[in-house]
Design a protein around this ligand. Structure first.
Ligand code: HEC
Length: 157
């Protein structure tokens, strides 16, 4: 019995050790990385229920959907100032191109904002095919930017 307890403790201790990667301290005094990642996580959380409606897995309720689209619109301009010139440090997953191809990165932001604005316009019209297309377009513009500017692994690792 004692032996089993020790093994359990060992497993817990070693999983705590390996968990230190993503939980690594943000070295920047303004916590740029932590702040932009928190906003991106909110992108995902806010878009998710609209994705369910678009795939017929959740009922479309006009006022609710319109509020969600507006919440995404409000978030959509927020991450970019946190990619300032001094914002490239580990463990960011941003590719160096964010900083070396600033106009391309700005372009991807603009395309994304256009898609979100279209979603807001469609959100109150109860026209489900149009809503589906708009949700698709937003998801595609997230992916387009990620394909160009986000890597699968954090830098410095
Ligand atoms: C203009 C480019 C761009 C657009 C548009 C964009 N992202 Fe990202 N996203 C990034 C970059 C760059 C990172 C990496 C940030 C870092 O690690 O410094 C990122 C990171 C993330 C992360 C990772 C957070 C973590 O835990 O590491 C999530 C989740 C995410 N984005 C979701 C989305 C969603 C959902 C959308 C669309 C609704 C979206 N993003 C639109 C560029 C973009």
């Amino acid at each position: 019995m004692k032996k089993i307890k020790n093994i359990v403790l060992l497993v817990v201790a070693s999983s705590l050790l390996t968990a230190c990667g993503p939980g690594a301290k943000d070295s920047h005094p303004q916590q740029l990385l932590t702040k932009r990642i928190a906003i991106f996580k909110n992108f995902t959380k806010t878009l998710e229920p609209m994705g369910l409606v678009a795939r017929d897995r959740k009922e479309y309720v006009k006022a609710e959907f319109a509020a969600q689209a507006q919440a995404l619109q409000e978030l959509s301009t927020q991450p970019w100032p946190y990619f300032s010139a001094d914002g490239n440090y580990p463990p960011t997953r941003a590719k160096p191109e964010v900083w070396t191809n600033a106009s391309g990165f700005k372009n991807a932001q603009d395309n994304y904002l256009v898609a979100v604005n279209q979603l807001v316009t469609a959100s109150g019209n109860a026209d489900l095919p149009a809503i589906r297309n708009s949700v698709d377009a937003v998801q595609k513009s997230c992916k387009n930017c990620h394909d160009q500017f986000r890597s699968d692994t954090p830098n410095g690792q």
